[in-house]
Design a protein around this ligand. Structure first.
Ligand SMILES: *[C@@H]1O[C@H](CO)[C@@H](O)[C@H](O)[C@H]1NC(C)=O
Ligand SMILES: *[C@@H]1O[C@H](CO)[C@@H](O)[C@H](O)[C@H]1NC(C)=O
Ligand SMILES: *[C@@H]1O[C@H](CO)[C@@H](O)[C@H](O)[C@H]1NC(C)=O
Ligand SMILES: *[C@@H]1O[C@H](CO)[C@@H](O)[C@H](O)[C@H]1NC(C)=O
Length: 301
């Protein structure tokens, strides 16, 4: 009977003692968000301790790996020349990098306190501006056909969301949602940047560009022209008929030429002419003619 009565007040005194005497931490911001290349303070403040020089350590936890950032009064690793301890226990990163994303644990050991250990975890988010997205717009699409426009960039953190613009008008996620785009039939996926037309029409023609944006900033691609042309069935059939007609005429023409013997006669004639010219008879006749002529001219002179 006596044992429990003594234990309960003893435990209460111990708990009370811990609350007053224990090393006690707080942070002014457990979830700091900062743009890449800017300064951030990972706040870890000792509210109370009985120990003169408590031991401070900072560890980084990223993807399940834990590594030292601050140990035995030295900044270690990747942060070596970019960070310092401020106010005894807060960690200041002067020029943040996207690789600094992660959770940082501030650990304080105070041997002269009844409760000798305390820790606090700060979740740091380093945002990265999007770069100019890659935009793909089909050059020309026939009326009634489907078309897909792509917009993508991969640097932004958190991941970019995408907006497409036509003639500087922002396109809604669903054309049916806005009377201004009543004649269009498209859907926009803002997380993939894909603008998909079920069937384009003349009103969809125009310059298109896309803007990628996130908490850190935005970037846009150059406008590209989407052309929409009529797929004229009558015109196509007419065109095919003209081509067929021309082929028929050419064929007929070649046949007639063969029948009239144009090809058959011309070649042998040419060859026979050359042969004759090379024959002695012709040469002889010619030289004799020339000889006569020379004789005549010399006679005149
Ligand atoms: C910050 O770091 C980047 C590289 O990560 C460097 O290019 C830039 O010059 C640094 N800025 C400052 C102010 O130190
Ligand atoms: C850290 O903060 C980011 C957003 O700032 C959040 O997405 C993430 O879930 C947080 N991580 C933890 C472990 O709290
Ligand atoms: C939709 O098309 C019709 C007929 O082509 C036209 O009269 C109307 O102005 C168009 N509406 C819009 C919002 O472009
Ligand atoms: C956008 O695309 C992603 C990935 O394909 C998909 O998971 C998501 O459901 C799409 N969103 C909409 C609104 O269609």
């Amino acid at each position: 009977m006596a044992a429990p009565k003594r234990t309960v007040p003893g435990l209460l005194i111990l708990l009370y003692g811990c609350a007053v005497m224990a090393v006690d931490l707080y942070s002014v911001n457990l979830n700091p968000v900062v743009q890449e290349y800017q300064r951030v303070e990972l706040s870890c403040v000792i509210r109370h301790t009985n120990t003169n020089n408590p031991r401070i350590e900072w560890k980084k936890i990223r993807n399940g790996d834990t590594s030292y950032v601050y140990f035995e009064t030295l900044i270690l690793g990747d942060l070596k020349n970019r960070a310092e301890i401020k106010g005894g226990s807060s960690l200041v990163i002067h020029n943040t990098s996207r690789t600094d994303n992660g959770r940082y644990r501030c650990e304080v050991a105070a041997p002269e306190d009844p409760k000798r250990f305390a820790e606090i975890t700060v979740n740091l988010t380093v945002t990265v501006k999007p770069i100019v997205p890659q935009c793909r717009v089909p050059k020309s699409v026939p009326v009634g056909k489907s078309a897909v426009l792509h917009c993508q960039e991969s640097e932004g953190y958190p991941s970019s969301v995408y907006r497409w613009y036509r003639n500087s008008d922002a396109l809604p996620e669903d054309s049916k949602a806005n009377p201004k785009f009543l004649n269009s039939s498209f859907t926009l996926n803002i997380s993939t940047g894909t603008l998909a037309f079920a069937a384009v029409n003349k009103g969809d023609m125009g310059p298109y560009y896309c803007i990628a944006s996130n908490a850190a900033g935005s970037a846009r691609c150059e406008a590209q022209l989407l052309e929409v042309y009529d797929l004229n069935i009558a015109g196509i059939i007419g065109g095919i008929l003209v081509v067929v007609l021309v082929l028929v005429l050419i064929t007929v023409g070649i046949c007639c030429a063969y029948r009239k013997g144009y090809f058959a006669n011309s070649r042998p004639n040419g060859q026979s002419y050359k042969n004759h010219s090379k024959s002695d008879g012709v040469n002889y006749l010619r030289t004799s003619d020339e000889g006569d002529f020379r004789h005549k001219s010399s006679f005149v002179i």
